[in-house]
Ligand binder design. Structure first.
Ligand SMILES: Cc1cc2nc3c(=O)[nH]c(=O)nc-3n(C[C@H](O)[C@H](O)[C@H](O)COP(=O)(O)O)c2cc1C
Length: 237
């Protein structure tokens, strides 16, 4: 039964997150999240990336259909739910991609300083590149590329390999390569996404929510792998 005194238990993590995002929309950096992955030695690696919205309009028979409704404990099929798949992007040459190939599990931490809320969102990370044979995800990749800011697009077109030792010569060579300004052609049209540009999706399976303001509150939402439905439990902070 939902806790009547604290109506929060009727709200899934997904609904709580919508409210957190809305309250912090005007704060610079409020869409920066931290994503941790594990390498083949079991060592953790964490870094900041930009959260770029939820992946919407996924058919119900798609493997990435992960929706979560309100009053999750009473709504077993979550049929009225919102998409939970979280969009980000990265470079195929970055370490996280290698780590992801070895172990797709990851955890995102999202801290909202204004409302003192922390979300820890765990699940597999899925990388979508040029070779993906999934039409829906390939379209989503291209859409995300088109929606990037000009400077962000330019950074993916830079021939310098991220993470490699710095070399003046390599950088000079790279300076001589003409990068399409803003990732656009002479007519101002966005160029095609380069091979190294990946759509990075987090498919959440477990969310640990903690709020520190007022009476502290914590809940854990879990997605059942078989029924694909979400349920939640309130726990001590
Ligand atoms: C504010 C901020 C935003 C960032 N956004 C992204 C991003 O959206 N995608 C990304 O791959 N790296 C982003 N980075 C860089 C990463 O934190 C990291 O340095 C890079 O991805 C290489 O990480 P890796 O070698 O562990 O894969 C961002 C860094 C900062 C400080």
């Amino acid at each position: 039964m939902p806790d009547q005194e604290f109506g929060e238990t009727e709200k899934s993590w997904r609904s709580l997150l919508d409210v957190s995002i809305a309250k912090s929309r005007k704060i610079r950096g409020s869409n920066y999240v931290q994503i941790a992955t594990v390498d083949s030695n079991g060592e953790p690696h964490c870094r900041t990336v930009v959260f770029r919205g939820f992946l919407n309009n996924i058919p119900t028979d798609h493997t990435l259909c992960n929706v979560c409704g309100d009053a999750a404990s009473d709504n077993k099929d979550n049929s009225d739910g919102k998409s939970c798949i979280m969009k980000m992007c990265t470079d195929v040459r970055s370490k996280k991609v290698e780590e992801n190939a070895n172990n797709p599990l990851s955890e995102m931490v999202w801290w909202f300083p204004k409302t003192s809320e922390q979300y820890r969102i765990r699940g597999p990370l899925i990388m979508i590149g040029e070779d993906s044979d999934d039409k829906i995800l390939s379209i989503a990749r291209k859409e995300l590329w088109g929606n990037l800011s000009d400077p962000a697009r330019e950074s993916f077109l830079d021939p310098i390999t991220p993470g490699e030792p710095f070399s003046k010569d390599n950088n000079k060579e790279a300076d001589d390569v003409a990068i399409p300004r803003g990732g656009r052609d002479e007519e101002g049209k966005v160029v095609a996404p380069p091979r190294n540009f990946l759509l990075m999706l987090l498919d959440p399976r477990r969310v640990d929510y903690l709020r520190l303001t007022g009476a502290q509150y914590r809940q854990i939402d879990v997605r059942d792998d078989n029924s694909k439905s979400w349920s939640l439990v309130r726990v001590n902070p």
